[in-house]
Design a protein around this ligand. Structure first.
Ligand SMILES: *[C@@H]1O[C@H](CO)[C@@H](O)[C@H](O)[C@H]1NC(C)=O
Ligand SMILES: *[C@@H]1O[C@H](CO)[C@@H](O)[C@H](O)[C@H]1NC(C)=O
Ligand SMILES: *[C@@H]1O[C@H](CO)[C@@H](O)[C@H](O)[C@H]1NC(C)=O
Ligand SMILES: *[C@@H]1O[C@H](CO)[C@@H](O)[C@H](O)[C@H]1NC(C)=O
Ligand SMILES: *[C@@H]1O[C@H](CO)[C@@H](O)[C@H](O)[C@H]1NC(C)=O
Ligand SMILES: *[C@@H]1O[C@H](CO)[C@@H](O)[C@H](O)[C@H]1NC(C)=O
Ligand SMILES: *[C@@H]1O[C@H](CO)[C@@H](O)[C@H](O)[C@H]1NC(C)=O
Ligand SMILES: *[C@@H]1O[C@H](CO)[C@@H](O)[C@H](O)[C@H]1NC(C)=O
Ligand SMILES: *[C@@H]1O[C@H](CO)[C@@H](O)[C@H](O)[C@H]1NC(C)=O
Ligand SMILES: *[C@@H]1O[C@H](CO)[C@@H](O)[C@H](O)[C@H]1NC(C)=O
Ligand SMILES: *[C@@H]1O[C@H](CO)[C@@H](O)[C@H](O)[C@H]1NC(C)=O
Ligand SMILES: *[C@@H]1O[C@H](CO)[C@@H](O)[C@H](O)[C@H]1NC(C)=O
Ligand SMILES: [Cu+2]
Length: 578
């Protein structure tokens, strides 16, 4: 029997033309990919720049696999920058060496070196992505990572006619490495991006960009699965399609109870699958597919809009010609205001786990360890005998429990595994702030952060509850926190200060959404639970890259369990050295 390998992914052929699809009929096989990290000249908005890419492609190649497969991805570095690749949302059970964040689970792959990422996809299926995890290289080094269900296992929703990955990015005319390097030197905010992109294309609302427009070509009366990925560096995005309702079916590669909505919110680091049902008849119209930011902070930001076009294929033997498509009326969606926090709250409250027999929500009901972390911005003193460009002449910083995390010069996981943690990290990351204050009240006078490399150490299988509290120091702001190595359940959220006496009573321990990246609400808190059943060192950080650069990051060290399958495997032989 000839099994249709994969509902074809309707992406413009030129975008991913280098990808050779492996056999997708089976699950539990080994799939090989080769990533050459190399320069490529890319032109957008009439600016040509030489940028770091995978295989010369922008966005990078799509990885498509099935649940149960092993992936072997050989990454060869041909550029001057150090590189490492993170497989965002992959649990990496026992294979923490393949997780990718530089100086956390591995030393970077240096110029001329290579490393084979080797891991199995266990118990996961859905849309994820991969991206560089060193400095700001992920601005150009990213691509979809699509995990199909095991062969013969259907989706728990209408089988789509086609599947389309839609990956959002951010484009700078300048070199993003120069942008972050300048910001860290001056202490000020970074220059904002010049455009947002859909599958690498800014679209017609920017100067000199109409030819670089993403087109979603559809047939009437069909269901399409859009695999949305936010790979932008610093901006949460609202996304909508004119005159087409979105049915949300999955978040961060976990199925959710389906619900209909016109606009979704997607933070950097999040993925969302939505179904659209096309109109039953050729509509004689085209429709904008747009995204623009949701912003809560005080700083400047890129407030522009990326647009693609949803086009109905001209029916054959009709009066319409391809030329007349251009003259059709174009409908535009209305996106929420840039600061519409009530929309954001309303949207996130709709996300619920399926919590079915096939897809249960295994929410930890009993908690072994409680943690309370503040997240937010702060300052460091100006290093030079000068005025810096951060608040009041200081340098911008960011912290968790007032500790601005400093990356070591070797990898944390290696230091742990070989018992060489001394001088590399401290195991005493505080479980709550040293000095409690009114986190969302009048901002503190003292905005200075402390610096350090501190980890939380957890015995294997610890059940963890973590409340993350935004602070109003330098302005309340939504922070999308991403945890490596785990999915967590979002059991509660609210505004103001978390109340440990009253708020837990309202937690949803039945069908909370399960994901790997969650927005800590601006001026509020979010509570998550997870089971520390994955040995290794797991990074947790804001997925707004500038906040990570400023120190809004920390790491969890999960110790080995007693059984053989509860232990971190030894490092691969080709693991890069510092
Ligand atoms: C990019 O363009 C420059 C200037 O035209 C050229 O020297 C260089 O070889 C190009 N690089 C690549 C990878 O094509
Ligand atoms: C990948 O990892 C598995 C399990 O540790 C190992 O058996 C296999 O040899 C590795 N493959 C390569 C190419 O390193
Ligand atoms: C699209 O939506 C607008 C606003 O609701 C409506 O006026 C218009 O008729 C719709 N067009 C089509 C083709 O559905
Ligand atoms: C589209 O245009 C064709 C021919 O102009 C017409 O027959 C058809 O009814 C129109 N369809 C709609 C939905 O307006
Ligand atoms: C975006 O920001 C620019 C510069 O601050 C401003 O002039 C413009 O009105 C803003 N546009 C929108 C849509 O808010
Ligand atoms: C959102 O922005 C609008 C216009 O810039 C402003 O009037 C409004 O007060 C802002 N709302 C919030 C909640 O900050
Ligand atoms: C929440 O969203 C629903 C539709 O998705 C809408 O009907 C309702 O008015 C919204 N509520 C608020 C408070 O915005
Ligand atoms: C820099 O330091 C020198 C010597 O310590 C001092 O004389 C000078 O005034 C300082 N400059 C500024 C701008 O503070
Ligand atoms: C600005 O910084 C100076 C020197 O660090 C400090 O004395 C002053 O209180 C600060 N002012 C504000 C408004 O933070
Ligand atoms: C915190 O500050 C806010 C705003 O000033 C105030 O409304 C609230 O009562 C304060 N909370 C506590 C616990 O002091
Ligand atoms: C903030 O600083 C000012 C001046 O240094 C001082 O008068 C005030 O008491 C301080 N406020 C707090 C909350 O510490
Ligand atoms: C690359 O990484 C090595 C090892 O950590 C480091 O010594 C070197 O300075 C880095 N090079 C660059 C260009 O960042
Ligand atoms: Cu942040």
């Amino acid at each position: 029997m000839c099994v249709s390998p994969f509902p074809s992914l309707a992406v413009p052929a030129f975008l991913f033309s280098m990808v050779i699809f492996p056999q997708l009929a089976l699950g539990g096989i080994t799939r090989h990919y080769h990533f050459d990290i190399k320069y490529e000249n890319v032109t957008r908005l009439c600016h040509t720049k030489s940028m770091v890419t995978v295989n010369g492609q922008f966005p990078g190649p799509r990885i498509v696999a099935r649940e149960g497969d092993r992936l072997l991805i050989k990454v060869v570095n041909h550029v001057q920058n150090n590189i490492s690749i993170h497989w965002h949302g992959i649990r990496q059970l026992q294979t923490g060496w393949a997780d990718g964040p530089a100086y956390v689970t591995q030393c970077p792959i240096q110029t001329g070196q290579s490393f084979v990422y080797n891991y199995t996809i266990v118990g996961q299926r859905g849309t994820l992505f991969w991206h560089a995890h060193v400095s700001w290289l992920r601005s150009t080094v990213y691509g979809p990572l699509i995990i199909l269900p095991k062969h013969g296992v259907p989706y728990p929703f209408t089988k789509p006619y086609k599947e389309v990955p839609i990956i959002f990015g951010e484009w700078w005319n300048a070199d993003p490495e120069a942008v972050i390097s300048q910001a860290l030197q001056t202490g000020g905010g970074p220059n904002v991006s010049d455009a947002y992109t859909i599958n690498g294309l800014p679209g017609p609302l920017y100067n000199c960009s109409a030819k670089d427009t993403f087109k979603l070509k559809v047939k009437p009366g069909k269901t399409y699965l859009l695999r949305l990925i936010n790979a932008a560096l610093n901006d949460e995005l609202f996304f909508s399609i004119a005159n087409h309702t979105l049915t949300v079916v999955e978040a961060d590669a976990v199925y959710v109870k389906p619900f209909e909505i016109n606009t979704i919110l997607i933070t950097p680091g999040q993925t969302t699958n939505v179904l659209i049902k096309t109109k039953s008849h050729y509509p004689n119209a085209t429709f904008f597919v747009t995204a623009r930011p949701y912003v809560t902070g005080l700083g400047t930001f890129d407030n522009s809009t990326v647009a693609g076009i949803l086009e109905y294929e001209v029916p054959t033997n009709s009066l319409h010609s391809a030329a007349s498509v251009k003259k059709l009326p174009l409908f535009k969606p209305i996106l929420p205001a840039l600061n519409d926090t009530s929309f954001a709250t309303n949207f996130t409250s709709k996300l619920r786990s399926l919590a079915s027999a096939k897809f249960p929500a295994n929410v930890p009901q009993k908690v072994d360890r409680h943690f309370f972390f503040t997240v937010g911005l702060g300052t460091n003193p100006c290093q030079k005998n000068q005025t810096c460009q951060g608040p009041n002449g200081t340098m911008f910083a960011a912290s968790v429990n007032n500790i601005s995390f400093t990356l070591p010069t070797t990898a944390l996981l290696q230091a742990h595994f070989f018992g060489q943690s001394q001088g590399v990290y401290s195991p005493y990351f505080p479980s709550s702030p040293f000095i409690p204050f009114n986190y969302t009240g009048t901002p503190l006078n003292n905005t200075m952060v402390g610096d350090g490399t501190e980890l939380v150490v957890l015995p294997f299988n610890t059940s963890v509850e973590l409340v993350m509290q935004d602070t109003s120091i330098l302005g309340a702001e939504s922070h999308p926190l991403h945890l490596h190595g785990f999915n967590f359940f979002v059991v509660g959220q609210g505004f103001g200060n978390f109340d440990p006496n009253k708020d837990p009573a309202k937690f949803n321990l039945v069908d909370p959404v399960e994901r790997n990246t969650v927005g800590v609400p601006s001026g509020g808190w979010v509570a998550i639970r997870f089971r520390a059943d994955n040995p290794g060192v797991w990074f947790m950080h804001c997925h707004l890259e500038i906040h990570t650069s400023w120190g809004l990051k920390m790491a969890w060290l999960v110790l080995d369990g007693k059984l053989p399958n509860q232990k971190l495997l030894p490092p691969p032989k080709d693991l890069p050295k510092c």
